[in-house]
Structure formats: structure tokens, C-alpha cells
Design a protein around this ligand. Sequence first.
Ligand SMILES: CC(C)(COP(=O)(O)OP(=O)(O)OC[C@H]1O[C@@H](n2cnc3c(N)ncnc32)[C@H](O)[C@@H]1OP(=O)(O)O)[C@@H](O)C(=O)NCCC(=O)NCCS
Length: 224
Amino acid sequence: MSHDDDIHSPSGRVREPEMKRTGCGFRYAEDELSAGVDFSAAAKLLKNDESGITIREATPEDATAVAELVNSAYRGESSRAGWTTEADVLGGQRTDTNMVREFMESSFFRLAFDGDTLVGTMQIEALDETRAELGMLAVMPLRQGKGIGGRLVRDAEQFAMDTLNRPVLQVRVLEHREELISYYKRCGFQPTGETGPFPDSPRFGVPKVEGLRFTVLRKHLGQV
Ligand SMILES: CC(C)(COP(=O)(O)OP(=O)(O)OC[C@H]1O[C@@H](n2cnc3c(N)ncnc32)[C@H](O)[C@@H]1OP(=O)(O)O)[C@@H](O)C(=O)NCCC(=O)NCCS
């Protein structure tokens, strides 16, 4: 297909380019970016997401809503409506209001909203001088698979670089959750081979299988 075909609709009007799904959300190919296409609509979509999602930093007043969304996305029957769940490996709670408030003192929570509705959460914590960790990444089960998670991951990367000045972002994922490990790989995270134990406390959940362990993946965002 020539660029002329690509840019102009049969009516002669400049047509918006189609978004391409290339993993972890939407991206444009390099050749499209240099093809002279009118990208104003696309730029708007990329800034404010294809689904009108906005992201803001959480306040302590958000803690209960954050805990409810995280629990519903990770565990229990509600989480099975999403495409990935840990309901088969862990029971009990993933978090609670007090834990979220406690974590808010030493880390940042950023929240995705559709209008007034909370649809996604994440926690970002500076670990040392170069690394930040992304955790509690959760999207409302019925809203998953539509790019909100990818949007949050990209926001986390930007926040780690621009606000925390940490050029490495890491995630810890339960080894059992292969589909989730694949997801993070598509988002550009690389397995490090490092592992760690699942905390032995009902505050974080009750294991349904033996020997639960986290595996660590990292993404380099800039010069270390
Ligand atoms: C992980 C999570 C945050 C992703 O959010 P999301 O809004 O679904 O993410 P996106 O829509 O941006 O991307 C979903 C991807 O999974 C893919 N997907 C959809 N259904 C799938 C399925 N049944 N199996 C595997 N992959 C699937 C989509 O095609 C998309 O792929 P892409 O990365 O190539 O674009 C969300 O699923 C969630 O809240 N899970 C439960 C909580 C959790 O486990 N959090 C992570 C802990 S480390």
C-alpha cells in the first residue's frame, strides 16, 4: 500500500491512521511516523489514551477504593472475569486499606480513571539509586484487555524516569503466572533470573500451592 493510499480516504479527506497493536498497548511503526500523515488525532489519543482514560496520583482518601480494585483483580471469583488471575495459587486478601495507606507513605500510587470510575491502579517505589519497582498493577477485571494496563505501564516508565530519576524499572511476578511473565516481556521487561520468596503472612494472602516464589524482570529505560 502506498502512502498516498494510506493517507487519503476515497472522499479526499485526510484520514486518521490506524493504530497498530504491537504489544503492551498501541504503537505506531517508524515508517508511519515519517509518512507525513496527520497525527494530531493520534497524538491526542496517545496522550489521553484510546479509551479516554486519565491517570493521576492517588491520595490517602483513595486507599479503600484502591484496595478493593486490587483485591477484585488479583484474587477470588471476581478476578476470573479478567484474562489473568492468581485465584488458583493464592486465597485471602491481596491487600487492605491500611496496607495501601502504609505503602503510600514510602511509595507512589497512580490511578487510572474513566470519568469518575477507578479502573486501574499501580504502585511505584524507588528501591535504590537506579531502580524503581512497579507493583499492584491492576485493572478492573471487566475492563481488561483494552489497553489500560499498557497505558499504566507506560505511565510508570515515564514516572520512574522523569519524576524519580530511576532508569531501571522492575517487576516481581509469581513464577506460576506464565501468561503474566509473557505480558511483561511484551512490554519490554527482561527476566533477570533473580527470585525471592512469597511473604509468609496472611496479610498478603494464603498460598494454595507449595513453594510460591517471585521472579524478577527488569526494563532499562535510560542510561544507568
Ligand atoms: C495484568 C493487567 C494489569 C493487564 O491489564 P490490561 O488492561 O488487561 O492490559 P492491556 O489491555 O494493556 O494488555 C493485555 C494484553 O494481554 C493480552 N491478552 C488478552 N487476553 C488474553 C488471554 N486470555 N491470555 C493471554 N493474553 C491475553 C492482550 O492481547 C494484550 O496483549 P498485548 O500486550 O500484546 O497488547 C490486568 O490483567 C490485571 O489487572 N490482572 C490482575 C492483577 C495482576 O495480576 N496484576 C499483575 C501483577 S504482577
